[in-house]
Design a protein around this ligand. Sequence first.
Ligand SMILES: [Zn+2]
Ligand SMILES: [Zn+2]
Length: 817
Amino acid sequence: MTDYNYSEVEKKWRKKWEEDKVFEAKEQQEGEKYYCLVMLPYPSGNLHMGHVRNYGIGDVFARFHKMKGKNVLHPIGWDAFGLPAENAAIKNKIHPAKWTKQNIIRMREQLKVLGISYDWSREFATCNPEYYRWNQWFFIKMWERGLVFRKRANVNWCPSCNTVLANEQVSNGLCWRCDSRTEHRDLEQWFIKITDYADELLEKHKQLSGWPEQVLSMQKDWIGKSFGAEIEFALTGTGEKLKIFTTRPDTLFGATFVVVAPEHKIIGEIKPRIMNYNEVAEYVAESGRKSNIERASCKEKTGIRLEGVNAINPVNGKEIPIFTADYVLTGYGTGAIMAVPAHDQRDWEFAKKYNIPIVEVIRGNDSCGITQSVDENAYEDEGVLVNSGQFNGIKSIEAFGVISEWIEKQGFGKKTINFKLKDWLISRRRYWGTPIPMVHCKICGTVPVPEKDLPVMLPEDVEFTGEGESPLKSSEAFVNVKCPKCGMDAERETDTMDTFVDSSWYYARYCDARNSNMAFDAVKANYWMPVDQYVGGIEHACMHLIYSRFWHKVMRDLGIVKHDEPFINLLTQGMVTLGGRVMSKSKGNIVSPDEIIGKYGADTARLFVLFASPPQKQLDWSMEGVEGCWRFINRIWRLFDVVHKKSDIPASEKNKNDILKIMHQTIKKVTIDIEKEFQFNTAISSIMEFVNALYAYKYHSNDGGASVEAYKTVVLLMSPFTPHICEEIWEMLGYRGYISTYPWPAFDESMMKQSSIEIPVQINGKLRGKIMISAGTDEDEIKKIIETNEKIAPQLKDKKIEKFIYVKDKIITISVK
Ligand SMILES: [Zn+2]
Ligand SMILES: [Zn+2]
């Protein structure tokens, strides 16, 4: 037998799969549908190991379920809009469309080499008008339903680049491109009202039992539903009201200061009365240069008191100081909070730093029954109210409701529900995205482009300078348009959509990717949807996986999909690291898939990423690990060399039963590990043990078909992991058709229990020998074995058996005369 030529074998099978359209999905096929989806790749130009892992995992699911007889849809495409293309355009003077197309061509080649079972006939790129046309269509549908609106909003602005920056493009208050200090500006922006679905996004978590708990809790936190109260605090002097939001109305008597966000309008309104206004203004400007993430995550809380004005706690009339501090964000609640240092650690630290009184209003006992003091730390648990006037003695959990109601009755506040989730700001002053299909008319206002005029195509005559408000403004042919309503001169909207729009519904487009009359056919989408298994990185837990869940509900409300949720099961794969650190270009610790595949073949690369670590865990790259996988691939190859050296020596009953037992155990283990446990690594190691057992057993032509069965099974079990070599061996073994479409082996529990045991044979009270039987063998069978046993049979010859006692699986006692 020749050495394994992976390069030839892998090429051969990929070509055959493609020619015979083995993985093209059709709605009309037999079997239960199974939709396997991996997260849409961004065509950066290079496939990295993270991709190989993500797509390798997806392929195991797709191939396994196909062999299980399901009708599998396993598509792939490109999340092709986005900033890197535009930055390349600015830097290298290459058009974003050209840059993107080149990258897709290169990555498609790299991806094809992996031999993933994609249905390539459904491939699309989101930057094509055939796709983004439907982004525009959905946008208009949402506009019609009141789910799209425009308002002024605060954005990051780089004064030297003269451009809007995304939050991720501001670090330490500096522009990522030129390092100058960024500012905040108010600009007209487009929003999608995702908050209309905030409650349902939380509530439908109930349907997502197939999601990691961690992702659900991240989403819960992101949506951030909290019950609380809005309470009005009067200001000294004028009696103006400052509305604060609190999630702890039960601690109202302990509020000893209030904090407003630096952007809060009250600062401007009471400016003449703020004695230290210049210092305050300086603090406000400083915090304006930080991003919200920086503000919220900063350990040391800073702030400044507004000297000269106090707030009045409505419950006890006490005057308390007002601070502005940037840990309070303007987008949350009312942008102003009451601070209760005795019962909130953040407020406690702030109070200690600025010497503000700490008033205990909840007294609790720790687990040992010791009363907690608020001198050392804030006490954040439950207890009984103290220092709270008529509410003293009430339990704090009851006080929440009691005090909220009292506040409402007194007329200085009300109960509220607050969400951290904000409406989705989807407009970008960028070129490489979907044009927002709106027209601004002086007479009619904002008018949507009529459906028949879609898509609004991205113009090509655009300059990429990286400066100014929006590149689309530079194309006169694009901007100047007649108003669709009145026919007068009007201007097109020049903002483009956030690229998260593209990935919010692409999974539905795959169900009917070539439809040019609608986004997709509802019947086809309802056949394939929802996605049975989604695979991607945990970094998408909040944005993508919330936006797409929202979009799906809008599509449901439009009547084009029928399910509430798009993804039934989610697997979040771990990162690929090298020496414990995430592989990244900037750290220079990249291992290129091309290099590994070139040296060992795609099956080895796939085997390594699947074997080295469970899918959800981090995977540390190791060349020894790769070489180990390469050796195993060769071990499998050589195993089938044995087939040709058939042994005519009969296999012993014990050996035969043992190999069948291992076989059934391995089938069971691999099946459950793929289907239920997502433990591909342990599935593979059990196959490795099975291979060891086969080497020991050899191949027997006269073992009642056990060899045929066992050798066939080992290739079948390996084929979702290393499909190329398995197809080749399958063909060598003489099977017709593809192993990729052959039924997955079934396991038999009774065969697993079956094991060979040795039992003693006593004749007339004396041990005369031992025989090998399968456990559970019945008496008739035992008698036959005895009659042919070369050691026992002669001892019984010509004798009369008076008694034959068989204690099952234990002992045979025979009396003869
Ligand atoms: Zn800049
Ligand atoms: Zn008009």
